[in-house]
Structures are given as structure tokens and as C-alpha cells.
Design a protein around this ligand. Structure first.
Ligand code: SR1
Ligand code: MG
Length: 406
């Protein structure tokens, strides 16, 4: 399918906004003072537009290819619609925790989003050694709200069937299936590591326990249509506002173009892996206390998720078979699966095509041991996820590799 539409550029953004009625009360298009392309993700164009009164708006446009590679990797721009729709559903369930979508333009695959420029991307804040408290707890609540509010636990089964058919996202799911699960084991030429980590990457790929775990993870990802998950819930998909060292006064999830009906634990595992990158970075920089704090975020998210899930179980749609003990069994299963998915997410960001700045911006002398520790942590989780009995085992499996002396 060919896609011909005009791409946004600094020179046509104002004209574009003038053509839209639905943004008139958000920004004065006659008095625009600043237009900046701020996209730093792997896929899309993102513009921040501000008027002379300081009112801003975000325009995010999906290109018909993967931005980090270019036209050689075509990718459906329909992902923008999927993002608009999933953000809308998630915002409806957790309005304070999800960015507001003001409008969606299906002709040019553009989302008009609330301006969050008084926030920071959480990954950037973590990389500046900042510590915003309470974010992990709120993300646990967000994942629980979505888990219950989009699944048969909160919706009639016919409505879930309808939504599953309308939220198919095969092209983006294939990216995850390839980059997250398959390629850390079977490199198709997209992987890369520092020379000092080449043996570590080989050890990972040749570890039969890790490979078997990735098979389990991929199967679950492809077949367990539990809830409309975010699908790419890393610390770069979360904005935070407030002073470092204090509770964030605002937390906003965004960037849900990978959303689809998948396993709830995938979002939890993504968060756990990204907390681990923050811990590995802090450790590499000699910030032991902050590394422990970052590792502690795993339990914080999990406990908030479990508490909210259990609270919802009191009166969700069916409480006969889906009773209290069912909720407990689900929680146990999801906790283990979160460790499994975290193993995949840890490994892919070290050896795979799309990396994370937490590790990549460390100087090589620090990066190589940090990357090695993360890969060993991934293998430890892959070996231990199925037998784990409590959330504290995440840190027990990971810390010996990640929170180590240099
Ligand atoms: C080709 S897209 C690479 C990665 O960027 C996104 O953030 C997803 O994690 C995806 O796997
Ligand atoms: Mg993204």
C-alpha cells in the first residue's frame, strides 16, 4: 500500500494548524512564536509549537517508514491511528496518568497532543541522576487500570471481542517479536555491541535456557490477548514533572503506538527492565544509593499494580469463577511473566538494533561492564522467572550482576 501525504516541517506547521478548527482554542495561530522538531524516538516526527502567550501544542506525525533507519524500512503510518485510539482509551481509564489527545488527522497521520513541555521524559531525568519519587507507584496503578478496564474483567466479552478486532497492530507487533524476542538470540545483521561485549553477546545467544525463555515470551506475546496494553512502556514513554528528590507532581504516559491486545505482564516487564538500566547506569557512575533506589522501583510498581488489581477484583464483572483466589493466581502468573519479559527487554536494548541512552551515553570504559552486567541479569531472569516466589527475587536475580563494584 503506498502512502502519499505531506510531511510536517517547520515551514508548514502554522498553515496546518490554521486549517484545523479543533485547535483554535488551544493555540493562537496568528501569533506563533516557536516551532521546534523535538522527536527523539525511533519512528516519528514530533513538533512543539508555542504561541506568544506561551500556550503550546504537540504535533506528532507517523512517517511511512521507521525514522531511525529511513525509507529502507517501510512501516505503516496507521500506527498513528492506533496510538490515538489507545491513548484515548487509556486516558479514559486513567485521565491523570495519560497524555490528552486533542485531535487525530487520519489523512496525514497526525496526532495533536497536549503540550507537556513543562515535564521531562523520565529517562532523561534519570540520566541526569534525578530521582522523582512516586512515579513507579503510579505507573503500577496505570497498568492495573488498563488491565482491568480493557479486559473481560471490566468489559462485557462481546465488547472485548469487538475491541480486539479493531486494535490489531500486526506491523508494530512484528517489530517487537523480531527485535525483542528473536534477534537477541538469532542476529539477522542488525545487532551490535562494543568489541569488549562481543563474547557476552555470543554467550547470551548460545545460552539454551535464555533461548527457551525467549520462545516462551514470544509465544505469550503473540497469543495472550488479555488487555489493550501500551506495548512499549519504557521510561522514555513517561513524562514527569516536579523537583528531583520529591514526589513527581505529574506523571503522564504517552507514545502507545505499539498498543494491542497482549499480555498484561509485558508492560510490567518493560518497566522493570528500564528501572534496571537506570540502576546499571547509576552503578556505573558510582552512585550506589541511587542505583539501589532505581532497583527498588520494581517492587514499587509491582506492589501498586497488585494492590489496584486486587482492589478491582472485589467488584469486577464476574466474581464467581473470577474470585479472590483467581485474582491471586493471576497476580502470581503475571509477576513471573513480568520477570520473563524483563529478561527479553534487558537483552534487546544491549545487543539489538534499538538501544537505550542510559547505557549508550556511558563512556566505553563504563559502558562495557554495565552492558555485560545487564546481559548477565537478563540470563539470570530467564533462568529464574518460572520458579520465582516473590517480587523481591527480581532484585535478588539482577543485583549481583548490575549493582556491583567497579
Ligand atoms: C524500529 S522501532 C525500534 C524500537 O523503538 C520503539 O521504542 C520500540 O521499542 C521498538 O522496538
Ligand atoms: Mg516509542
Amino acid at each position: 500500500m503506498s502512502h502519499e501525504y505531506e510531511f510536517l516541517a517547520e515551514g508548514n506547521v502554522v498553515e496546518y494548524l490554521k486549517s484545523r478548527e479543533d485547535t483554535r482554542d488551544r493555540i493562537d495561530t496568528e501569533r506563533i512564536s516557536e516551532i521546534r522538531e523535538i522527536g527523539d524516538g525511533n519512528l516519528n516526527l514530533v513538533f512543539h509549537v508555542v504561541d506568544e502567550d506561551g500556550r503550546g501544542i504537540i504535533l506528532k506525525q507517523a512517517l511511512p517508514y521507521v525514522r531511525m533507519v529511513g525509507a529502507g524500512w517501510p512501516m505503516t503510518p496507521e500506527r498513528a491511528r492506533r496510538e490515538a485510539e489507545s491513548l484515548g482509551v487509556h486516558h479514559g481509564l486513567a485521565p491523570e496518568l495519560v497524555v490528552e489527545t486533542i485531535a487525530y488527522d487520519p489523512a496525514r497521520f497526525i496526532l495533536v497532543l497536549e503540550d507537556l513541555s513543562d515535564h521531562s521524559v523520565w529517562r532523561d531525568a534519570l540520566n541526569r541522576s534525578e530521582t522523582h519519587h512516586d512515579v513507579a507507584r503510579r505507573l503500577g496503578e496505570y497498568v492495573a487500570s488498563v488491565a482491568v478496564g480493557t479486559s473481560v474483567l471490566g468489559l462485557h466479552r462481546s465488547e472485548v471481542s469487538r475491541r480486539i478486532s479493531q486494535t490489531q497492530n500486526p506491523e508494530l507487533c512484528v517489530i517487537t517479536e523480531d527485535l525483542v524476542f528473536t534477534e537477541p538470540v538469532f542476529d539477522i545483521g542488525r545487532n551490535s555491541v562494543l568489541p569488549e561485549n562481543e563474547q557476552d553477546a555470543r554467550d547470551l545467544a548460545e545460552d539454551p535456557v535464555f533461548a527457551a525463555a525467549m520462545g516462551e515470551a514470544k509465544w505469550r506475546f503473540m497469543t495472550h490477548a488479555e488487555a489493550l496494553i501500551h506495548g512499549d512502556l519504557h521510561t522514555g514513554s513517561v513524562m514527569v514533572r516536579g523537583a528531583s528528590g520529591q514526589a513527581a507532581d505529574s506523571v503522564k504516559v504517552f507514545d502507545s503506538e505499539f498498543a494491542f491486545y497482549g499480555p498484561i505482564a509485558f508492560d510490567l516487564g518493560a518497566l522493570f527492565a528500564n528501572y534496571t538500566f537506570a540502576a546499571a547506569r547509576a552503578n556505573a557512575l558510582g552512585e550506589a544509593e541511587r542505583a539501589s533506589w532505581a532497583m527498588g522501583l520494581v517492587a514499587e510498581t509491582w506492589e501498586a499494580f497488585a494492590a489496584e488489581f486486587s482492589r478491582a477484583a472485589e467488584d469486577w464483572r464476574e466474581t464467581s469463577l473470577f474470585d479472590r483466589s483467581f485474582a491471586e493466581r493471576r497476580l502470581e502468573r503475571m509477576r513471573r511473566e513480568a520477570l520473563l519479559f524483563a529478561a527479553a527487554k534487558l537483552a534487546r536494548r544491549i545487543v539489538g538494533a534499538a538501544k537505550v541512552r542510559d547505557i549508550e551515553t556511558l563512556e566505553p570504559a563504563l559502558r562495557a561492564p554495565a552492558a555485560r552486567g545487564v546481559l548477565l541479569a537478563a540470563r539470570a531472569l530467564a533462568a529464574g522467572w518460572e520458579r520465582s516466589e516473590s517480587i523481591s527475587e527480581f532484585a535478588e536475580l539482577v543485583a549481583p550482576h548490575v549493582l556491583v563494584g567497579r
